[in-house]
Design a protein around this ligand. Structure first.
Ligand code: ADP
Length: 679
């Protein structure tokens, strides 16, 4: 049978009994129909599977953590749904059950969570549903090439389930979605395809059976049919899971006689259910009793991260509103951190029962990198998002949480600069988003900002540190925005400042341009762009002197300046002598209250039509080029060379600050003409 390419990324090889015989069934329609199907894994999934199967990664036991984590999420989802929807009964026997068969060498993980419908099964397990799956894969491959441990990346990208193939040659899953009558099975040996079929299952939930590989301790494959192995792995990675993880064990028990005394030499085998995890909410336990490693595992579980967190923040509030929060600052940003749809918010618990995930009311969006949980006994058990939005208690909790996070960051900045630098590199831009979106904590956030500067373009300093270094008499915080550090560093606007020893902050992040719209001063010092308005440097006396000298010079050059202005009228609103240039002949500056070219570029990306703001062209009166031009002008005021030079000066000023030329071809031709004349 010919292969039929599916839009969802899987291929139908074979179909045995379709209810209708469509040529290319769409995932949503055909998957509700019954029968067996063998489907190909999406290319990316297959590549991922191969990485799992052939991986030398020795920590293979983590597959159990991944599967338990999925089961626990599915139980949460069932519990949520039962809380809000009447069709599902609330039940107190939600849990995870391990079952082993030593002879068949299988391990089965049963849960009575939400389960999956046939369609969900194919979407969730046959494909990597997440956007950017290629990116994930390339990162995995890169990690492998660099001899890192690619499988450390499991979980972060939602490839958890496939880790089962590290320990098993064959995996079978049977699942039934709560509220649906039928169950579905899924089976694969990880060799490129998987089979789904109708199945029987008494109640909702999922059972995953692993046909285990042979024990090979060297290869990290322990005996996962041994109770003590499972016990150890569960305690290590999943102790905090809030549902019981049980295992049925056999125990020899003495046979009792009629009086209840053991009969000598007679025993019987009894089945006993043992719970392997403590199920304690980690944030309720006294910190002194929790090992760092347990916190780390808990973080990995909730954040789907593979790396341990950089910082843990615990918070307990008492009094009118009682709550506890356990928060984490991750070690790195997730790959989709700057996407609109990236996850944000904390999990909200009410007396240890999760009532909401990704609750954004608990944490403003700019702090979306913070992961964790909040538990409060004082909240109403009303899980509707709409009502929570206006919930006073939540607003109060948010305030407390934000305050604590910001003070922790400040403490890191003050006491552990290196650690803070890592946080800043990963999440600094998000903090800047906070400044441009949240007026409440603007000052606290500004204290956390780090910038590079003309002093040392590689070192980052705070505004307070800059202020400390300011020269005597300097009243303003100087900065320059631009596309990159390099273009700012080479910008002519800096000349007089660096020549006179003034430090200028380099703002090269696109969001910086917005930042300076929102922040006009810090600790009473105004922020001033060196690319805007007039520049006055030095002592009052020096300034006066310079002003006088410029006035005289300007008078001498006024004819030339007016002519240049006329020639460039389309582009500039004024041509004047500069007090900021020392080596370059020309630069363009923005009028004090106009938008900078960088901001204009940003705005153009969001708005189609935008009137261009004309800028001011400044000439360096000391430059030989200006002197020669002036001579030429005095000799013949209508010399057409002047027109070419006006255009050249304008183009040169644009290039020097890293801006684009309006007409590069015309500029290039002009340069060639002038060069030819010169030779
Ligand atoms: P992740 O757990 O990171 O999302 P997985 O590949 O492990 O990635 O699982 C993919 C999806 O399959 C899950 O998001 C979930 O929707 C579904 N899933 C996995 N295991 C279960 C389970 N035991 N019960 C219900 N759904 C599950």
């Amino acid at each position: 049978m010919a292969e039929t390419q599916e839009p969802a990324g899987f291929t139908v090889h074979e179909k045995r009994h379709w209810a209708s015989d469509e040529e290319t069934p769409s995932p949503s329609s055909e998957l509700n129909q019954e029968g067996a199907q063998t489907l190909s894994f999406q290319t990316e999934t297959q590549q991922l599977l191969e990485l799992m199967i052939h991986s030398l990664y020795s920590n293979k036991e983590i597959f159990l953590r991944e599967l338990i984590s999925n089961a626990s999420d599915a139980l949460d989802r069932y519990r949520f749904t039962a809380l809000t929807e009447t069709e599902f009964e609330e039940r107190d026997d939600l849990g995870i059950r391990l079952e082993v068969d030593k002879d068949a060498r299988t391990l089965t993980i049963h849960d009575n969570g939400i389960g999956m419908s046939r369609g969900e099964l194919v979407r969730n397990i046959g494909t990597i549903a997440r956007s950017g799956s290629r990116e994930i894969l390339s990162q995995l491959k890169l990690a492998q090439k660099e001899d890192a441990q690619p499988l450390e990346l499991i979980g972060q990208f939602g490839v958890g389930f496939y880790s089962a193939f590290m320990a098993a040659d064959r995996v079978k899953l049977i699942t039934r979605r709560a509220g649906e009558p039928a169950a579905t099975s899924w089976q694969s040996t990880g060799d490129g395809s998987y089979t789904i079929d109708d199945a029987q299952r008494e109640e909702h939930g999922t059972s995953i059976t692993l046909h285990l590989k042979d024990v090979n301790e060297d290869d990290g494959i322990g005996d996962f049919t041994e109770e003590w192995t499972l016990d150890r792995v569960i305690k290590r990675y999943s102790d905090f899971v809030r549902y019981p993880i049980t295992i049925e064990v056999e125990r020899e028990e003495p046979v009792l006689d009629e009086e209840g005394k053991p009969k000598e030499g007679e025993t019987k085998t009894v089945q006993e259910e043992r719970t392997l995890n403590s199920m304690k909410a980690i944030w309720m336990r006294p910190a002194s009793e929790v090992e760092d490693n347990e916190y780390d595992e808990f973080y990995k579980h909730i954040a789907h991260d593979w790396e341990k967190p950089r910082r843990r923040i615990a918070l307990a509030a008492e009094g009118r509103l009682e709550y506890r929060a356990l928060l984490f600052i991750p070690s790195h940003a997730p790959h989709d951190f700057f996407y609109q749809e990236s996850k944000a918010g904390l999990s909200l618990y009410l007396r240890n029962v999760k009532i909401m995930e990704e609750c954004e009311e608990l944490l403003p969006r700019y702090l979306r990198f913070v992961k964790g949980v909040v538990d409060s006994p004082d909240l109403p058990l009303n899980v509707s998002r709409e009502l929570l939005q206006h919930n006073r208690q939540l607003t109060q909790i948010q305030k407390g949480v934000v305050k604590k996070v910001l003070s922790t960051l400040k403490e890191m900045l003050d006491k552990e600069r290196e650690e803070y630098l890592e946080v800043w590199t990963a999440f600094g831009r998000a903090l800047k988003e906070g400044v441009v979106s949240n007026a409440d904590n603007k000052d606290r956030l500004m204290e956390l900002m780090l910038f590079s500067s003309s002093d040392d373009a590689k070192k980052l300093s705070t505004l307070a540190e800059y202020i400390e270094r300011m020269k005597e008499g300097q009243e303003e915080i100087y900065y320059l925005t631009g596309d990159s550090r390099q273009s700012i560093e080479g910008s002519p606007h800096l000349e007089a400042f660096t020549a006179k020893g003034y430090e200028v902050l380099f703002l090269s992040d696109p969001i910086d341009e917005l930042l300076v719209q929102y922040v006009t001063e810090h600790e009473g010092k105004a922020l001033k762009s060196v690319g805007k308005g007039e520049v006055e440097l030095g002592s009052e006396e020096e300034r006066k002197e310079a002003e006088e000298a410029r006035k005289t010079q300007q008078e001498g050059l006024s004819g030339l300046l007016t002519l240049l202005q006329e020639k460039l009228d389309e582009h500039v609103k004024e041509v004047r002598l500069s007090s900021r240039l020392t080596t370059s002949a020309v630069c363009l500056v923005t009028d004090e209250h106009d938008e900078s070219p960088q901001l204009q570029r940003l705005l153009k990306q969001t708005r189609a039509k935008l009137p261009t703001t004309k800028r001011i062209m400044e000439l360096n009166g000391e430059h030989p080029l200006v002197a020669s031009l002036s001579k030429r002008y005095e000799a013949n005021k209508s010399d057409d060379v002047l027109e070419s030079y006006a255009q050249l000066l304008f183009g040169q000023a644009l290039l020097a600050e890293g801006s684009e030329l309006p007409d590069p071809a015309a500029f290039s031709k002009l340069v060639a003409d002038v060069m030819a004349r010169g030779i």
